[in-house]
Write a protein that binds this ligand. Sequence first.
Ligand SMILES: Cc1ncc(COP(=O)(O)O)c(C=O)c1O
Length: 405
Amino acid sequence: MRDFRRDFPILNDANNPICYLDNSATTLKPQSVINAITRYYAHESVNVHRGDYTLSYKVSKEYEDTREVVRRFINAKYTKEIVYTSGTTQSLNTIAYGYGEKYLKAGDIILIDVAEHASNVLPWFRTAEKTGAKIEYIELDADGRITAENVRKAMNEHVKIVSIAQVGNVLGYTAPIKEIASIVHEYGAILVVDGAQSVPHMKVDVQDLDCDFYCFSAHKMLGPTGIGVMYGKYELLEATDPFMLGGGSNARFDRCMNLLMKEAPYKFESGTPAIASVLGMKAAIEYLEEVGMDYIEAKEHELHEYALSKLSKLEHIVIYNPKADNAIISFNVKDVFAQDTASFLSTQGVCCRAGNHCAKILVDYMGEANSVRCSMYFYNTKEDIDKFIDACAKANKDTCLDIFF
Ligand SMILES: Cc1ncc(COP(=O)(O)O)c(C=O)c1O
């Protein structure tokens, strides 16, 4: 088996060894992604869709070819269903604004749950405020999962939009999206899926899932920051308004304010786009396909089991999601503030995130606002986990506070 770690410059810097376990926040970049970005800036840095010269045609083609690469990656039906955005956050905001605010009215219900990331909560709060619709929450089960049964319980004829993550960024459960989509559609509502934590780690087939919108960010799957995707079934993209207007997205306008927008996906892509990032996203997807999503899933499962078996033996550690489906462990050292633990882990050369992970209302379920999160990716090793476990074994009230004095 090829050693994929060799492809990541940051993992091969002898002067700055890194034990990186913060992959839910963002991922490291392989050389091929870095090359795609630098090639653009070094040799191709012209605009797309605007230049009447060979280099612009060439870059425009590469930029458009990426849409097909994304389509294939998530098995969308049409290339025109792939909208470039700056990431999951912009994708979800576009749907909340361009679909939610357009169609919802007082008395309608938007269904979310308390485990959602701020990016899948706050845009809906605003939609509710503007339209008079109500936010309701799908109850999590005793482990903190979203179940199809609880979605059914929460459904009624007033629910118009259900918006949930396929994989939660704190508890790491996989929601049964296909089953949920079928329930949501029985009631004539639409299902929006936040795929930020799923697309990087598992095979996703949006046609099979039958979700209506699906959103993700390239930087969480080896790609650059500032680029992501809003997938939508085409008739829904047609029905959705863009929230940004400007160059590139309109077919024509005149001084009397008559405006004709282009069709999706272009109507959502006003302004000069993040060209280098799109090309970097293409390289990231091609790299993931080379590694193989099945391999990625299996490797992460193995690392997760290994980490969990060792961490659960440490009696001073509280794990909040011992049954997680994905390689995310949220925990605390007893009597130690999460951020202090993460700072201590850093002194031991381990990178983990601490805090509420942008899921501020999950405290209603967890009873604890802050936790430390260890999130793995396929390039992590058992040696990384051993280092993490050794650091956790040493973490306690004294060692974690000592670093500040
Ligand atoms: C589940 C989930 N949704 C949405 C986001 C927001 O992604 P981005 O910041 O790339 O827009 C994140 C990022 O951590 C996430 O984990």
